[in-house]
Design a protein around this ligand. Structure first.
Ligand code: ADP
Length: 262
């Protein structure tokens, strides 16, 4: 029996008014992610992926449609999900530790308690020894680790990750992907992940939603039929290559109906 949906987006559309004209960013978008799954969204630039994340995060209201978490509508309600943007947005004047505990502080958790929670996580997930460093002293990959740990400590069941590794070089990216999979498997979060990179989507995801060009809607949902744990060598295996070609076809095709492969 399949698990209940953790997050469900139903008939979501978004029209922006720009210089007196309407810009349709999203049209009739539907998706449903079961608890604990890793789902990625891929699509062309400007197809409305960030708009969808803003709506799910409650930072923007849709023109039509609904978003539910555990069956309850969260439209316009900020704070239900953890949301990490591509740019790490670490505060340059705070140490890495103080950046990581920011969400806890905002929620009124005493600093000593927040620090007690953050330190073991920093140690376990590759930031031990960097507590008193400032963001500018860290590499791009380390900063993304810090930003993700901060999002994790916000303690929400759902993580929205908008191209978190987009600006990293290939080598760092692969180690960050493995690092993220470790966190995902340790914490059992439901993840929605935006990426431009098909390899990355196949390597990380249980399900991949392919967006159409703007106004964005889900063109296809693909379930990745490859077991875990996955390894870097898998990226060149025939099954991965097949998936990649299929996704490329979907991204470039004009008229493709939603389908499911499992
Ligand atoms: P993606 O994340 O897929 O690159 P976005 O969600 O950022 O796409 O944007 C989708 C479309 O909506 C783009 O054409 C963008 O210019 C437009 N758009 C996004 N935000 C706004 C806004 N606040 N006002 C007007 N147009 C916007």
């Amino acid at each position: 029996m399949s698990k209940p949906c953790k997050i469900e987006v139903t008939g979501v559309s978004k029209i922006f008014r720009k210089n007196g004209t309407n810009v349709a960013a999203l049209s009739e978008t539907n998706l449903a992610v079961e608890e604990g799954r890793f789902a990625s969204i891929i699509g062309p630039s400007g197809c409305g992926k960030s708009t969808l994340f803003h709506i799910i995060a409650g930072l923007m209201t849709p023109t039509a449609g609904d978003v539910t978490v555990d069956g309850q509508s969260i439209v316009g309600k900020a704070g239900t999900v953890g949301y990490m943007l591509q740019k790490d947005l670490l505060l340059p004047w705070r140490t890495i530790l103080d950046n990581i505990i920011l969400g806890l502080e905002i929620r009124g958790i005493p600093r000593a308690q927040a620090v007690e929670r953050a330190l073991p996580l920093m140690k376990k997930y590759g930031l031990g020894g960097f507590e008193t460093h400032y963001p500018t002293e860290l590499s791009g990959g380390m900063r993304q680790r810090a930003a993700l740990l901060r999002t994790l400590l916000y303690d929400r069941d759902i993580l929205l990750l908008d191209e978190p590794f987009g600006a990293l070089d290939a080598q760092t990216r692969l180690s960050m992907q493995n690092w993220l999979l470790e966190i995902w498997s340790d914490f059992g979060k439901t993840v929605l992940f935006v990426t431009h990179d098909i390899d990355e989507a196949v390597y990380l995801s249980d399900d991949i939603y392919v967006f159409s060009p703007r106004p964005g809607h889900i063109r296809a949902k693909i379930t990745v039929p490859i077991g875990r744990p996955r390894k870097a060598e898998d990226l060149t295996a025939p099954r991965f290559m097949e998936m990649k070609h299929h996704l490329l076809d979907l991204l470039s095709a004009g008229q493709v109906q939603a389908e499911e492969i499992s």
